[in-house]
Write a protein that binds this ligand. Sequence first.
Ligand code: 13P
Length: 256
Amino acid sequence: MKKTLIIANWKMHFNTHQASIYLSRLNRITSIHRNLEVVLAPTFLSLGQLAQEVDPRKFKLAAQNAYFKDEGAYTGEVSFSMLQGIVKYVIIGHSERRIYFNEDLPMIRDKVAAAYRNKLIPILCIGETKAERLANETKRVIHDQLTTALANLTSEEVRTIVIAYEPIWAISTFEGDIAKPQEIQKVIDYISYQISELYGSRVAQDVQIIYGGSVNSSSITSYLALDNCQGSLVGGASLNYEEFANIINKAYLLRK
Ligand code: 13P
């Protein structure tokens, strides 16, 4: 069984100094948990510093984004190849990237391929808007986002991907509705079903599906208790190191 993934997506919060203080405080109050992988996703600017300071037995690092070309005249971008040796994971296709930075399906497909080309593990975010949900389009949206993103991958690659189901209506910075675990279960089942249709049930069993959207230390247990929900991508609640440590502890108690 894979380790449960608990990921802090700090989004555009914390300068390097603040990130470093957070890490040392979190480090002080958390222990190494065999069945958990705790991942921190700071901004690009703090990644280099945290990579020097982090205890890799306790925490792994993730980038929040990267550009699909390996190098070249792309002002302002950071490539997957530059992240090698610094991070284990890269978050790809977060809804905030899709919405504010116009990342479309082909670009996300190219980023997923670039991650594998550079030996990094994608945390692929997928999820529907409130309007799509109300129009009963959740399955179509999930289907389109998944099939495009995985299009150029081998089944050996797909096997190692992390898929974060993040319904946009449940993310705190958008509508922030609290998603009912039963509702999340249906979509997790659908994601698994889609992967098994495309790559077979053996591959689908290996793919790690996690949930994100307004998760905190009170709700984490109800999501991790879902069938085949193997972790969480936490935004707002990860900004407070004590709250994030509580989330880690709840996950540990459930999986120990
Ligand atoms: P919140 O936990 O703030 O809802 O954010 C979720 C998210 O977008 C994580 O990537």
